[in-house]
Each structure stands twice: as C-alpha cells, then as structure tokens.
Design a protein around this ligand. Sequence first.
Ligand SMILES: [Zn+2]
Length: 512
Amino acid sequence: MANITTTTAAAFIPEIWAQKALEVLRSNVVLAKLVTKDTDVATFQVGDVLHIPYPGTFTAQDKSANTAVTLQTPSGGADLSVTLNKHKEVSFLIEDPARAQANQDLMDRYINSAVPAIAEAIENDLFALYAGLSGSVGTSGTDITAATIRSARKALGTTLSRALRIARTETLRAHREATRASYQANSDLVDGWIWHSALGERTCAACWAMHGTFHTLDERLDDHPNGRCAMVPATRSWAELGRKYGLDFGDVEETPPKITLGVDLFERLPVETQIKILGPAKYAAWEDGKFALGDVVGRKRSREWGTHRYEKSLVELLGAEKAKGYTRLALMGAAKNAGQYSADDLIRVAGLGLRELTHGELERVARHVANAGFSSTEMMRVRTSIRGQVWDGKKLEIGDTIPTDVGHYLKHVVVNQEWPDGTTLEDYKRSLEEVILDQDSDVFVSRYNDAWQIGFVRGSRDWRGSNGGDFIFVEYKVQYGYLVTGYQPEDVIIQLTKKRESFRWIRNKRFH
Ligand SMILES: [Zn+2]
C-alpha cells in the first residue's frame, strides 16, 4: 500500500500542525538553544552553506581554592560556515486526515510523541559537532602569564574586527537594539558605536552626514523610518585595555576601524550623484557654501517613531527667501552648474541675491560680456532717430535692417554726438569694452522687462563728446547673450531706476 504523500494530502496539511510541532520542538531542545543561530538569513534548504558570524563557545572551568583561573578564548570563533546536511524526519500515517484534523487531542498526542524524536536527533548531532571544536589560549592548570592574556585579548580582538567587517557590509541588518545591548554587555571592549550608512544614491543627505560619527553606548541609532543605517562597534584601544587590567600592551599595534566621515566621502562623489542625493536647488546652495552637509541633519520627535533624524528642507536651512532663490535657480536649469557656473549663471546667482560674486567670478563675467559685445549677426530695424543716415553707401529708410552695433553707433555717436567727433564704429565698441573691463566701473544686476541684465557704469572721461554725459552706461541681456545698449545718458540715476525690478549692486563705488 502506498503512503499518503505530501502531494496527495496537500489540502489536509494545515499550518497549525507546523506551529504546534515547532512549539513542542522548542520546548524539547536543550543544546540547540545554546549554539549560535542566525535567523536573519534568507530562505535556505538542505545543501546550502550558511556563513554565520560566530563568536565561539566558552567552557566552564572548575575553580578550586588557591589555584589560578584559566583564561580562555571561545572555541570555534571566526568564519564559521555551516553546511545544511541534515534533514530530520519522523513520519507517521494517519488513515483518516479529516478526522485527525477535527480531533485536537489526537493531533496533539501524535505531535507530542513524534517531535521529541527530532529534538533528540538534533541534540545528538550538535553534541557530535561539539567534539570537533578547537581553539584555546594558554594551558589549563598553569599560571597565567602576560603573554597568555595578550593572546587571549588578541583572539577576542580578531573576533571583534570580524564583527566590524560584517557590520560594515551587512548594513541592512536591523537588530540595532539587540546589537547595542550586546555592545553594552561587552562595554569593557566596546567603547561606543559608529554610525554607518548605506552610502548610495538613495541614501538621504542626513544619513550621508551621519556616516562615521561616533556615539556612546547609551545612544540609540535613531535614523528616520525606513532608514538603512547600521552600527559598527568602536572598540577600546589596547592602551586603554592595558590600563584597565594593569598590563603593558605598548607593543601591540592599534588597529582601530578606519571609517571615513560621510561628509568627506560625499565631497568626493561625482557631481551628478551629489545632485541626485541633494536635488539641484539644495546642491547649488551646498556648493555655494550656504551650509555644510552636517547641517542637513535634523532631529525631531514623533509619537509614532520616537526621536528620529531627518533631512532638513531648504527653507529650514536657508530661510524662505534664499530657498526661493535657489529653487528659481533650479527652475532656470542653472542650479546643477553650481561649482562651475557659467558667466550667465553667475549673473542670475547675483541677481537672485543668493551670494556675493568673488572678485574672480566678477572678472569672468566682465570678460564674457566684453567678449560678447553687440551681436554681429542679429539685425535691427531703422527707426526715426537714424533715418537718413548713410551706411554702406546707402541712405537708411525706416524699416531697413542694419547690424545692431551699427544701429547703436549711428544713434549715439553720429546723430546724438555723445562721443567725440571722428569716433569710428571700432572706437565706439572699444570704449564700451573698456568700461566693462575697468575695475573702476560700478556693476549692477536687475530684471528689465522680466529678463536678467547686467549693467556697467563708469565716467565717460576722454570719450565724452560735445553732447555726451558724465557716464557711459553699458548693458548686457542674459537671455540674448549680447549687449543691448551702450550710451551716455543725460541722467544716469534715471537709467538705474526706471522699469527695473530686483535691482542689486554687485560693485558700487559711486552710487550710494
Ligand atoms: Zn536617510
């Protein structure tokens, strides 16, 4: 007669059986409870090899009066791999599965007598393994020497450094409080713990900032909900241990874990990754030196999670106004260029009042603007002011098109006589360039008809014509990438104020 297999009886094997069986199993095992079990592993089956962080086993020694104790190191520590090579079974047949299910007593009775057999087998196997354990320091029954203690500490240290490595790589493990409790239990060896973050693109800036920071054993790792951070034990130095036990470990090399601070590691990330982690607006503010990475770590208390860390918002970091500025910069697509802003970006940064431009940056902006000049390809239409002037052998009529530099030259030099007689187009353009590049010029940024412009103002000096003014006024429009005007206004103050929004001096020596 064929037995009822799990396949045929699938529908009749309820979960409660397994739970009931495990309950009985747990209460029957003795040795299995004492060996290291790692429950935080993925599903496994017979034949798999588990690598388990295993601290080792101690043995209780007999102590008689007037004899020294025997120091010991745990046996079987270090890299322990366990091959799943056992599969215990106790089988019994139930002729009528339905009836068995219905009768609780019957089920209990069968399980109660079947499971102890498994428990016994597990215990026997564990006892068999125990005989193969090895690893000790010193000789039982002989006096302890400093060398014995040293090698005992060293052996323990090896286990700890392994634990460090495991903690570094296995950052997803969540048993933080249990871990901390074990550190506390070993506080003679473990001094505190070091915050260890996943350090990926998905790791928030706050966790990046916390990485590598030292915490005492009474501090909880309180990262935000769903955080993936872990604790790494900070072990006491040999010197400290030596002092504690009255021994000289001066010749033992100190090997503290080398954990680079997250704030330093973040600096070394590629720009694209930094932007991914911070977002463009926050990235630009950070790159502009508005805050240090460590500043993003906030701490708050919630009823649900208790105290926990979080990443501060840009408003919390910079205040509403500057936060808005950086958000605008990001919307313009310029924030991601922080650290290598183009001249046009710098004009926007200055215009938004995000920060002062450095001397070098302002010089770069000036060179860019001087270099751009008037567009030599854009054309402008002839208007009344220059109608009738001759250019290129042709008398200009309203509606004709001429290059922009020519249009401005004809109007301000030839017709208005703001420049001295005999000033050529080249002279005119050179005079504007001179004002732009002159460190004595005053510089301002403003929005004119909703577009960012940068203006340069300086005394007209030798360039003043019979109808000229005290100042030469040159302006560049970011949106065009060219100069939009260059002339000598009758009243410069009116020019500085009319139709302008967000007016801001970048360099101001004269207009207070
Ligand atoms: Zn985080």
